[in-house]
Design a protein around this ligand. Structure first.
Ligand code: GLY
Ligand code: MN
Ligand code: MN
Length: 493
């Protein structure tokens, strides 16, 4: 079905309609224009569907606390945080919308074109307003003639409904550009999401000051609140079920391709959450040595390994990021198991290093040390000592990537936090990160014995720093080789 198959927009220049956004004019509609009689007919005969006395969304008190912290950091400044707009795929077809992380974090809302504005109320404090498109206008035909109208894409909240749900006063977003144009005083905005907001603010903001806001909002998410932790738990639990789905249907993947695995996991993500949190890596056989293998078009062969790196994103936009490397036929070969056990040991060492007061870098260093020891033990690094290997970083030929990253609304969360707050930072309770060591022996690596070539193993879990250590949020999935085999045997039946 296409929007192009609808009538041209009628001329309706009543005073009432001038206040509303003019609906899009379609020059090449395939049907003739709307008759006056039809336009009139469509205006009435609709029940009042306004919802009353709505309870606030579960995270409303948390979003209020996040806005209060933001307000305290930027006193006296107007702060503008857009959700972003739809992006055209072609003609009248758009990509799926995903609200900006900053906007969703501060509001709990995910409405396209929404904008959160914090107006300073003096030297201290702000008044938050959420600017949204109200329900489709029935007077000018928008609700059935516009491609984003209610009868095309579904009902939007009225402003009153949105206010009740979010706990934030709501205004019509069509008033925002003019309000911003008239605004005086210092302004900061989050860039990269909404070109119309950037155009309205062009003379009022600087890139440097806007970047400070973006960095603040990245660092604010380093420590998760109770709502965020429960979302990450939910994401991990749904992800575990997605991995189970994959194991149960491995025979179908063998008959088709890695795509079957991708589709199977995606089904779970859409049933239990909003989406996948990133492109699923469904890497069978030698594809497991390609870190971000998302083409997923290869064969799934018994006797080889499947590296599955996938995460469900919850409806409130928190994602898991989990990897298991599984023997496709259910049993590791001795060499696969040797490499798997080395990565498992490295992950154990990494997880043990995640605790309050530890440096962020500690778990990486702990995992890399174990992997270097194994590579030396296996004779892959000549007669170098482990210390020398680590000093020169030579293990990285086969370990390739950092051992983990912050996790939250973005899979690589808090990505613009300053080095001193993140990479050189100290862990504290509420931080959630991945521990994901791996060993990757490329199919064309002539420096390793032939039997190693084409084997890739990664094990990745989502670890929450607690008051006295850590908690593995993804521990519903087995990690030890024998437990993996037993789990697969049970699921395969
Ligand atoms: N899934 C990408 C990563 O593990 O970082
Ligand atoms: Mn990861
Ligand atoms: Mn991952």
């Amino acid at each position: 079905m296409s929007e192009e198959l609808i009538p041209e927009t009628p001329e309706q220049e009543t005073e009432e309609n001038e206040a509303a956004e003019p609906i899009k004019q379609r020059k090449n509609g395939l049907y003739p224009g709307v008759s006056d009689e039809l336009a009139e007919n469509m205006k009435s005969g609709w029940a009042d569907t306004e919802l009353h006395d709505l309870a606030p969304i579960p995270q409303a008190e948390h979003t209020a606390a996040r806005r209060a912290a933001l307000s305290a950091r930027f006193p006296g400044e107007r702060l503008v945080i857009p959700a972003g707009n739809l992006k055209t795929r072609s003609n009248d077809t758009e990509y799926a919308f995903r609200a900006s992380t900053e906007y969703a974090y501060l509001t709990g809302d995910q409405t396209q074109d929404g904008v959160l504005v914090l107006e300073p109320t003096g030297e201290q404090g702000h008044q938050a307003t959420i600017y949204l498109l109200p329900r489709s206008n029935r007077e000018n035909g928008e609700f059935w003639l516009d491609g984003q109208g209610e009868l095309w894409v579904g009902r939007r909240h009225s402003l009153t409904e949105a206010e009740q749900l979010l706990g934030i006063p709501a205004k019509d977003v069509r008033e925002l550009a003019a309000a911003l144009a008239e605004a005086t005083g210092p302004v900061r905005s989050v860039r990269g999401h909404d070109a119309s907001i950037e155009a309205a603010l062009t003379d009022k903001v600087t890139a440097e000051r806007d970047e400070e806001l973006r960095v603040y909002l990245s660092e604010a998410r380093l420590v998760k609140d109770a709502f965020e932790i429960s979302e990450l738990e939910k994401a991990c639990d749904a992800t575990a079920r997605g991995f189970e789905d994959v194991v149960k249907s491995l025979d179908k993947a063998e008959a088709t391709s890695e795509r079957f695995i991708e589709g199977t996991f995606f089904l779970r993500a859409r049933i239990e959450g909003n989406d996948i949190g990133y492109g699923s890596i469904c890497a069978a056989g030698p594809h497991a040595t390609t870190l971000h293998w998302v083409r997923n078009d290869g064969a799934v062969r018994p006797g080889e390994l499947l590296l599955l790196d996938a995460g469900v994103e919850t409806n409130d936009l928190y994602t898991a990021d989990v990897t298991r490397t599984l023997p496709i036929n259910g049993t590791f070969s001795p060499l696969q198991r040797k490499i798997y056990d080395a990565v498992y040991e490295a992950q154990e060492a990494g997880i043990a290093a995640v605790k309050p007061g530890a440096a962020f870098r500690d778990f990486h260093d702990a995992s890399q040390r174990v992997l270097a020891e194994k590579l030396v033990e296996w004779g892959l690094l000549g007669d170098l000592t482990v210390e020398k290997v680590l000093e020169l970083g030579l293990q990285r030929r086969w370990t390739l990537h950092g051992t983990g990253h912050m996790l939250g609304m973005d899979v690589h969360d808090c990505a613009v936090a300053r080095t001193e707050a993140y990479v050189d930072g100290i862990l504290e309770p509420g931080v959630c990160l991945t521990v994901e060591p791996g060993l990757y022996f490329q199919a064309d690596d002539l420096t390793v014995p032939e039997e190693y070539r084409g084997i890739g193993v990664r094990i990745e879990d989502d670890i929450l720093v607690t008051e006295d250590g850590n908690r593995n949020l993804s521990d519903k999935l087995p990690r030890r080789a024998d437990e993996v085999e037993a789990w697969m045997a049970r699921l395969k039946g």
